[in-house]
Design a protein around this ligand. Structure first.
Ligand code: GLU
Length: 447
């Protein structure tokens, strides 16, 4: 297998699908050497099969806004790979959603889920619906219209969606209510991220952020460092950033920045519990503005429009917002300001140039598919609880999450340790995830 040849073919076949092509290129580059040591992979054309989704559902979603006007969006569900378990992955509601974005996310999800140690295949879905400025009633009507089509594609042993950007507990509630009505059964295992009184797992809302900090702790420990007292810059203020801030604070780090599409809030004395709680209010308002934090906490949070979190000096950068949110220039600015570690929490949050810069300038870097896997892993734990009709305590879930993040870190070290003893976490995560999925595909024949 030659990455160059496969990429040339994919570029010709899917011109303009830049996010998808970027994600595939990164994985293929890391696995090429290992792959070519396995003629049986080449014979079964594993890579050629793995880069194509199993199937893509596309559907029209029509709903009525508060003014009585009819609105039309496009909905998607991409079932990417089911070699090691049923399709699993979130739904993204964002105005910029395209098939390319969801294909990149579904592809990444396949490897991420393989790293979790749990039996889950990869999928992703969503819509170009823009939650910004929408009322709760509009969000509900959109979710109902979306599920009217989606429900036939999903099931607890088939495909289990969850949240992602623009889809949190509120949306999962509306989606599940509609599913239940259409399917006429109380099948909680069909969605994860549910409310804790109706089948949701304790700690699922916090899990992506908590897991990311547990992974960061493991990485720092391996490098002989400690997170206590470190200054952390976080991008975004949504569910993932929220969980990351809670755990960072708990572990004795100081969160000195959060950001939004409108700019950055510097927090020189470190984020407080009250500010973290206020992030939930900001998310629920659908205003999508981080400036609201500075208005609520004058003098404590200082807003600068148009700037990113990466302009604030820190030790550790945690991208928690959107793909490609951290460029090579941002990476250089981070280093110039003293940053020495970047754990990518958003999916593909760093541009290839930024990753290259980190890796060649002695900055510890780990990719999203390892760092943020605690979210989907806890979804997997929610599925187990649903299947057994029980619910575990927070302590039980947290212990399992700890174990999973430690194990993901170990897999990265196993497959990513370089001759000089340093760990290439990108290589480690990609090879570990790939080997598991490839082996399963091989054993299941040409299907
Ligand atoms: N959207 C999350 C992710 O990127 C979670 C998916 C899930 O829980 O299924 O992994």
């Amino acid at each position: 297998m030659k990455t160059k040849d496969i990429m040339e073919r994919l570029r010709a076949k899917y011109p303009g699908e830049s996010e998808y092509l970027q994600a595939v290129q990164e994985v293929l580059e890391s696995i090429e050497d290992v792959y070519n040591q396995h003629p049986e992979f080449e014979q079964a054309k594993i890579v050629e099969r793995m880069v194509e989704p199993d199937r893509i559902f596309t559907f029209r979603v029509t709903w009525v806004d508060d003014k009585g006007e009819v609105q039309t969006n496009t909905g998607y569900r991409i079932q990417f790979n089911s070699a090691i378990g049923p399709y699993k992955g979130g739904l993204r509601f964002h105005r910029a959603v395209t098939p390319s974005m969801l294909k990149f996310l579904g592809f990444e999800q396949t490897f991420k889920n393989a790293l979790t140690t749990l039996p889950m295949g990869g999928a992703k879905g969503g819509s170009d619906f823009d939650p910004k400025g929408k009322t709760d009633a509009e969000i509900m009507r959109f979710c109902q219209a979306f599920m009217l089509e989606l429900w036939q594609c999903i099931g607890p042993d088939q495909d289990i969606p969850a949240g992602d950007v623009g889809v949190g507990g509120r949306e999962i509630g509306f989606l599940y209510g509609t599913y239940k009505k259409l399917a006429r059964e109380y099948n909680t295992g069909v969605l994860t991220g549910k409310g804790s009184t109706w089948g949701g797992s304790i700690l699922r809302p916090e899990a992506t952020g908590f897991g990311a900090l547990y992974f960061t702790q493991n990485l720092l420990h391996h490098a002989g460092k400690d997170i206590k007292g470190c200054k952390v810059a976080v991008s975004g203020f949504g569910n993932v950033a929220w969980g990351a801030c809670i755990k960072a604070l708990e572990l004795g780090a100081k969160v000195v920045a959060i950001s939004g599409p409108d700019g950055v809030c510097a927090i020189p004395d470190g984020i407080t519990k009250e500010m973290i709680d206020y992030m939930l209010v900001m998310r629920a308002s659908n205003r999508d503005r981080v400036e609201d934090m500075a208005t609520k906490f004058p003098g404590k949070a200082i807003f600068t429009p148009g700037k990113k979190a990466w302009s604030i000096p820190c030790d550790i950068a945690l991208p928690c917002a959107f793909q490609n949110e951290l460029s090579e220039d941002d990476a250089k600015e981070l280093k110039a300001n003293g940053c020495w570690c970047c754990c990518e929490v958003s999916n593909m949050g760093c541009q290839p140039g930024a990753i290259h810069f980190f890796q060649h300038n002695g900055i510890l870097f780990a990719p999203g598919k390892a760092v943020n896997a605690g979210g989907v892993a806890t979804s997997g734990l929610e599925m187990t609880q649903n299947a057994e009709h029980i619910s575990w305590s927070g302590k039980e879930v947290d212990e399992k999450l700890h174990f999973i993040m430690k194990s993901i870190h170990e897999q990265c070290v196993k497959f990513g340790t370089q001759p000089d003893g340093s760990v290439d976490y990108v290589k480690g995560a990609n090879i570990a995830g790939f080997m598991k999925v490839a082996q399963a595909m091989l054993e299941q024949g040409i299907v």
